[in-house]
Ligand binder design. Structure first.
Ligand code: NAD
Ligand code: UFG
Length: 359
């Protein structure tokens, strides 16, 4: 496959946070699209085993993957990596991402997410690597006044995590205004779920999962007793919250489309795209689809609403479709099938049951 303007030469992409959930799936798609990939990750929320499996899945292209265990807050370590490799572009996934934890530990979130992003941008700037894909989030829409969310909606941050995303978007905008050589794509993800269809890589959260589908999956394999449904009195079809779930492989492909755009369009500036399916699914609909895919019953109880949750969020997808030529291919059925395949093959995640809590 050709990779844009410099297509005679294989391009090298730095992927920060590439051992994590979305990162590992994206690294696999990059390898399969013939990119060379260097991952940096401090393994604070991931394990190296994920990358070993990615390399295996990539077959002979697995040789194009290298990994450095470094913390992006360590600028010298990052500079050393840029010293030995010339990167054509960077995809920046690394960061802390749990909303509740960010409220409890704001300093950790501000320090980690800001310092790592600033270090990365400074080193990229110094080395003349000025193409970036940044992992943003639908969280920057706050409590949207309407759905679907279009990219020009007003933005707001409701918690420290959201503020780190919103502020990083603004830093990227400023960077491009100050130096138009920068080409940046901000991708606002909706709700990533599922796993690679092989069942070899997937999401493996530490501790009690914050998000719906990892929790459902752990109930299905017997690690948790029941799902707490956060409220059934929202103004939605069945009273439960509605979200735009997107298959992680579709999301990963969205990054390849964004990279190709960066390579091909010199005046892209700092552009922003939603990555979602444009379809809303309720908690109960998602649980029913997972029960069907897995053949398991998911016991549930309805509890109070979770503070800060909105009733309904889903993406407008036209901009990504028209400008990136990217559209999500998978529906809820495939998402639940692949989530279950991963769970069934790896009920305790990558590293078995050691030191993992239960119930
Ligand atoms: P993840 O935790 O699985 O992956 C993030 C990776 O970054 C981890 O491997 C972690 O070890 C690494 N990391 C964190 N701080 C680091 C540092 N200082 N130096 C080096 N590595 C560091 O999370 P994910 O779900 O794959 O999310 C990837 C990105 O997408 C994050 O920026 C997240 O905020 C964003 N995002 C995620 C979601 C979601 O629901 N998963 C939604 C919207 C946006
Ligand atoms: N939910 C439950 N029980 C649970 C977990 C979730 O009922 O145990 C419900 C929530 O109330 C919500 C839906 O399931 O209605 C989805 O919740 P998630 O926690 O899976 O996802 P959110 O939409 O709340 O947030 C996620 C990420 C954020 C990101 C946002 C938008 O966690 O970081 O998507 O991309 F900002």
């Amino acid at each position: 496959m050709m990779n844009g303007t410099d297509d005679l030469q294989q391009q090298t992409i730095l992927v920060t946070g590439g051992a994590g959930y979305i990162g590992s799936h994206t690294v696999l798609q990059l390898l399969q699209a013939d990119y060379k990939v260097v991952v940096v990750d401090n393994l604070s929320n991931s394990v190296e085993e994920a990358l070993k499996r990615v390399a295996d899945l990539a077959g002979s292209n697995g040789r194009n993957l290298s990994f450095y265990k470094i913390d992006l807050c360590d600028k010298n370590a990052l500079e050393n990596i840029f010293m030995v490799t010339r990167f054509d572009a960077v995809i920046h996934f690394a960061g802390l991402k749990a909303v509740g934890e960010s409220v409890a530990k704001p300093l950790s979130y501000y320090y980690n997410n800001f310092v790592s992003t600033l270090n990365l941008l400074q080193v990229m700037n110094d080395k003349g690597c000025k193409k970036l894909v940044y992992s943003s989030s639908a969280t920057v829409y706050g409590q949207p006044k309407a759905v679907p969310c279009t990219e020009d909606f007003p933005l707001e941050a409701l918690n420290p995590y959201g503020r780190t995303k919103l502020c990083a978007e603004q830093i990227c905008n400023d960077l491009h205004i100050g130096d138009p050589e920068w080409r940046i794509i901000l991708l606002r993800y909706f709700n990533p779920v599922a796993a690679h269809p092989s069942g070899e890589i997937g999401e493996d959260p530490l501790g009690i999962p914050n998000n719906l589908m990892p929790f459902v999956q752990q109930v299905a394999v017997g690690r948790r007793r029941e799902l707490a449904v956060f409220g059934n009195d929202y103004p939605t079809r069945d009273g439960t919250g509605v979200r735009d779930y997107i298959h992680v492989v579709d999301l990963a492909d969205g990054h390849i489309a964004a990279l190709e755009k960066l390579f091909n369009l010199s005046d892209i500036g700092c552009a922003v795209y939603n990555l979602g399916t444009g379809k809303g699914t309720s908690v109960l609909e998602m649980v029913a689809a997972f029960e069907k895919a897995s053949g398991k019953v998911i016991p549930l109880k309805v509890v109070d609403r979770r503070p800060g949750d909105c009733s309904e969020v889903y993406a407008a997808t036209n901009k990504a479709e028209q400008e990136l030529g990217w559209k999500a291919r998978y529906g809820i059925e495939e998402m639940c099938r692949d989530q279950w395949n991963w769970a069934n093959k790896n009920p305790w995640g990558y590293e078995g049951s050691l030191e993992k809590d239960c119930m």
